[in-house]
Design a protein around this ligand. Structure first.
Ligand code: NAD
Length: 309
């Protein structure tokens, strides 16, 4: 006789969470218990066979494993520890796995409270954005304890193509924050350099083509920048300036907790905050180049047709 699969709950059905939950439901052919504070996010539940719950506590009462994909720390704290939070249904064996981008300290705080009732909280973190969430081909960092649990992993694989096990509780969040810290700094630095190069007289196409052949070449420059800045594809709908500001602040907070200096985060934040003040809060994070153009009193560097290989 087949062993019954554990029951899954999913809280936070936004741009990332909804397609993640839908892919898990489809690939594993299961009904997931769902909750979102915004009722509209659950309005199509019939179409994918999800079961709408009335609160996080309600989701946890009818699930063995709960996934969360929420905006930030304060939302997870409310969902986990609030008056109608998961903790109200905490019991032996209940596991919360959070996928949101937030600080490792929050995961450890929730886990310590859950442990008093025999439940636990583990962490994961998602790289790549909404299109990959829709395709079900996300790359997901997971704490080692997630990777060691076959029941949880069956659900994680339902929304991903690559799973990267890290280490102790919260380590998936640490990797995510240092990755985004470096990406945020690099993206702002590349925008600054491109604006300077063009202003100093080198056409954008030449500049990018030669930078891509030299020692400054990187994945970030080749993919994230060269595929967007030259063609001016910098609008909303992908990883936004606001998200990057959030992640750099999270990295700063993590550094503060460890007494570690982070000079570059502050510099990059100044650029992204400038970009926000010029209306790019919801635009793709690469739109920071538009702020450099304003700050340098120059014409937009693009669009151009294409950077030749
Ligand atoms: P989103 O704002 O689209 O979705 C968040 C969802 O959480 C919304 O549906 C919202 O109603 C719900 N929510 C908020 N508070 C709630 C509560 N108290 N109870 C229940 N539901 C609640 O955000 P998103 O783009 O899906 O991002 C989610 C997380 O993933 C963020 O931490 C973000 O940094 C991270 N992330 C996003 C991307 C991306 O490209 N969008 C990529 C990687 C990681």
């Amino acid at each position: 006789m087949a062993i019954p699969r554990k029951r899954l709950g999913f809280i936070g059905l936004g741009a990332m969470g909804k397609p993640m939950a839908q892919n898990i439901a489809k690939r594993l052919d299961i009904a997931i218990n769902i909750y979102d504070v915004n009722a509209e996010a659950m309005a199509d539940s019939n179409e994918w066979g999800a079961v709408v719950s009335s609160s996080p506590a309600d989701v946890a009462a009818s699930s063995d494993i709960v996934f969360t994909m929420l905006p930030a720390d304060e939302h997870l704290l409310a969902v986990a520890l609030g008056a109608d939070g998961i903790i109200q249904s905490a019991r032996d064996g209940l596991t919360l796995v959070d996928f949101s981008t937030l600080g490792p300290a929050t995961i450890r705080e929730i886990d310590a409270k859950f442990r008093e009732s025999g439940a636990r909280c583990l962490s994961a973190a998602v790289t790549l954005g909404v299109p990959r969430a829709i395709e079900g081909t996300l790359s997901i960092y997971v704490d080692a304890a997630v990777h060691e649990d076959d029941d949880i992993m069956a659900f994680v694989r339902g929304c991903s193509s690559t799973v990267l096990p890290i280490g102790d509780l919260g380590s998936a969040k640490v990797i995510k924050l240092v990755n985004n810290f470096l990406t945020g700094v690099g993206n702002a630095a590349i925008a600054e350099v491109i604006a300077l190069g063009v202003k100093a007289g080198v056409p954008l196409e030449t500049l990018l083509r030669l930078l891509l052949k030299g020692s400054a070449a990187s994945f970030l420059m080749e993919k994230d920048v060269t595929e967007t800045v030259p063609v001016g594809d910098l609008g909303p709908g992908r990883f936004s300036t606001d998200f990057m500001v959030k992640d750099l602040k999270l990295a700063q907070e993590m550094a503060r907790q460890h007494g570690h200096p982070t000079h570059f985060a502050a510099t990059a934040l100044a650029a992204y905050n400038g970009s926000r003040s010029y209306g790019h809060a919801n635009d793709y994070v690469g739109s920071v180049i538009r702020w450099y153009e304003v700050a340098a009193n120059m014409e937009p560097v693009g669009p151009i047709e294409k950077v030749q290989p």
